[in-house]
Structure formats: structure tokens, C-alpha cells
Design a protein around this ligand. Structure first.
Ligand SMILES: NC(=O)c1ccc[n+]([C@@H]2O[C@H](COP(=O)([O-])OP(=O)(O)OC[C@H]3O[C@@H](n4cnc5c(N)ncnc54)[C@H](OP(=O)(O)O)[C@@H]3O)[C@@H](O)[C@H]2O)c1
Length: 274
């Protein structure tokens, strides 16, 4: 697609969303950078203006449906807003944690998307870009709430990719690996499962393994945003893409490995470690 018209990004106050907003503005879109607290967007507006691009900030909390306003002329929707939480063992995870996670990562995204489709259709088509996570691609213990919220979006994207194709609306899914944001920094500690004796060995090994596997692979937000911008513009691109070396590699392995082989390989690795 051509980089023109309006692109709306959710969760653009910081992290990947902020970088996507800047990237899309640089490419020529008129960007509506939405966030819960518009004051957090002052530096983004200044940076975009200094680069001579068009970007405005609007308040949008995906869990507060009264704040969801979709502009006319929408060509691109980037569903980026997301939350992560503590990672206790499944049996000790309160239902409220699941509900909070799904309220933002799933139901918020659904409502924004539902309202955006008529605007995209009226523009003659466009792109919906859902930001999920490469963690879906591996059976990571203690991450069931986060991973399943992202897996729900993965399934939503598959159905929508087909359903919206006749309307000229292309759906893409970005599955980031480790990107240098507050979310990644916050997760740089053992899962809360470490507080439970039965689960502590696995939680400890998992944290040690995580540090090893991420070493040298944390990707700057601007690099991830460039890959996401490329995926949005690529009319012939796949449904799913990575946006950093680790997620690109994981996605490739996932595509070429039968699911049971992958499951067995990961579980064997955990067996060896615990
Ligand atoms: N960083 C990674 O390594 C990584 C890996 C895989 C997937 N992801 C996914 O990438 C996306 C961006 O993550 P990030 O790393 O940039 O995280 P981040 O630095 O924690 O930023 C999250 C963004 O989402 C916004 N947000 C949270 N709840 C919201 C709500 N109810 N309504 C609107 N905005 C809301 C936050 O706004 P506030 O500033 O108001 O809190 C913030 O702008 C998320 O969907 C995340 O799951 C990230």
C-alpha cells in the first residue's frame, strides 16, 4: 500500500507503539498516536514536528470504550496497546489477573477493531496490524495468561484476514521477540512462581535460560518499528512476521517444525534443566 492517509496507533505513549507512530509518520502517514494520558505524548509530538511529519496525540484507553474515536480517512490501525503481569503458577493465578489481562489485550483490541472496520472500508481498504508476541511460539511455563491473551489475538487475526479480504482490508500480525522497552525491563526478573517451592526450580532455570537466550538479542524500538512499518506496507507479505532477529528465527522454526516435535523438544530441554 501507499503510505498515505491516517494511521492510528494504540498505546503510543512509549515503547514499541511510540516508535511505530514515529516510523509511520516518517513514511508519510498522518498519524493519530493514541494513549491513555495524552500528556505522555508531548515529546513524541515535538519529535515528529522536528522531523517535519504529521502526528497528533489523542486520548484512547482501550478498556474505556467511551474514549475510542476512530477518525475518518483511516487506512491503518495498529493494535499495539498491551499489558503483562506477574507470572505465578497457574494454580495460584487469581481469575482477576486473567480478567485484567484479557480486558486490555483482547477485549480492548476487539472493540477498537470492530469500530475501525467501517472506517477502513469507507477509505477503500487498508491494514489492521495486531501486535502479539513470539512467546506464543514456545510453551513457556507460568505465562499462560499473557500467552493465551496473545494467542486469542492470533486466532482473531486469522479469521479477520480471511473475512476482511473481500473488503480490501489486509490483516497482519507482528510477533515481537525481546524489544528494548519498559515491558521487557519489567520482565527481567524470575517469574513469581519462584516463590512457590514446587515450582521454584523451573522458575529459576527459566530465568537463567532467559538471560542466556536474550544475550545480545534485545532490539531497539526503532529497528522493530521499521520492520513493522515494512510489514504494513507490503501488500504481498504474510499474515505473521517477526520484527527482530529472535522472533524472525523463532517464527521460521515454528513454521517448519511439526507441533508435537516442537513441544517434545522444549519439554525435554526443561527436563534436562530442572
Ligand atoms: N517489548 C517486548 O519485548 C515485547 C515482546 C512481545 C510482545 N510485545 C507487545 O508489544 C506491545 C507493546 O509493548 P511494549 O514493550 O512497548 O510495552 P510498554 O513499554 O509496557 O508499553 C505498553 C503500551 O501500552 C499502553 N497501554 C497499556 N494499557 C493500555 C490501555 N488500556 N489503553 C491504551 N494503552 C494502553 C501503555 O500505556 P501507558 O503508558 O498509559 O501505560 C503503553 O503505551 C504490547 O502489546 C506487548 O505485549 C512486547
Amino acid at each position: 500500500m501507499e503510505a498515505s492517509g491516517i494511521a492510528l496507533v494504540t498505546g503510543a505513549s512509549r515503547g514499541i507503539g511510540r516508535a511505530i507512530a514515529l516510523d509511520l509518520a516518517t513514511r508519510g502517514f498522518e498519524v493519530v498516536a493514541t494513549m491513555r494520558n495524552p500528556a505522555a505524548g508531548e515529546s513524541l509530538v515535538a519529535e515528529a514536528a522536528a522531523a517535519g511529519t504529521r502526528l497528533r496525540v489523542e486520548r484512547l484507553d482501550v478498556t474505556d470504550h467511551d474514549t475510542i474515536a476512530i477518525p475518518e480517512g483511516l487506512r491503518v490501525l495498529v493494535n499495539n496497546a498491551g499489558v503483562e503481569a506477574e507470572h505465578p503458577p497457574f494454580e495460584h493465578t487469581p481469575l482477576d489477573l486473567w480478567r485484567t489481562m484479557f480486558e486490555t489485550n483482547v477485549f480492548g483490541l476487539i472493540e477498537v477493531t470492530r469500530r475501525a472496520i467501517p472506517a477502513l472500508r469507507a477509505s477503500g481498504g487498508g491494514v489492521i496490524c495486531n501486535v502479539t508476541s513470539s512467546s506464543i511460539l514456545a510453551p513457556v511455563p507460568f505465562y499462560a495468561p499473557y500467552r493465551s491473551s496473545k494467542a486469542a489475538v492470533m486466532a482473531i487475526g486469522e479469521s479477520l484476514r480471511t473475512e476482511l479480504m473481500p473488503l480490501g482490508i489486509r490483516v497482519v500480525e507482528i510477533m515481537p521477540g525481546p524489544i528494548d522497552t519498559d515491558m521487557l525491563e519489567d520482565s527481567d526478573r524470575p517469574a513469581q512462581a519462584i516463590e512457590f517451592p514446587e515450582y521454584a526450580p523451573m522458575a529459576r532455570k527459566m530465568y537463567d535460560g532467559r538471560k542466556l537466550s536474550l544475550a545480545g538479542l534485545v532490539t531497539p524500538t526503532a529497528d522493530a518499528a521499521r520492520a513493522i512499518g515494512d510489514a504494513i506496507l507490503d501488500d504481498d507479505g504474510p499474515l505473521r512476521s517477526g520484527c527482530d532477529p529472535l522472533s524472525v528465527g523463532m517464527l521460521e522454526a515454528w513454521r517448519h517444525t511439526p507441533d508435537e516435535d516442537l513441544m517434545r523438544a522444549v519439554m525435554t530441554a526443561w527436563e534436562d534443566r530442572v
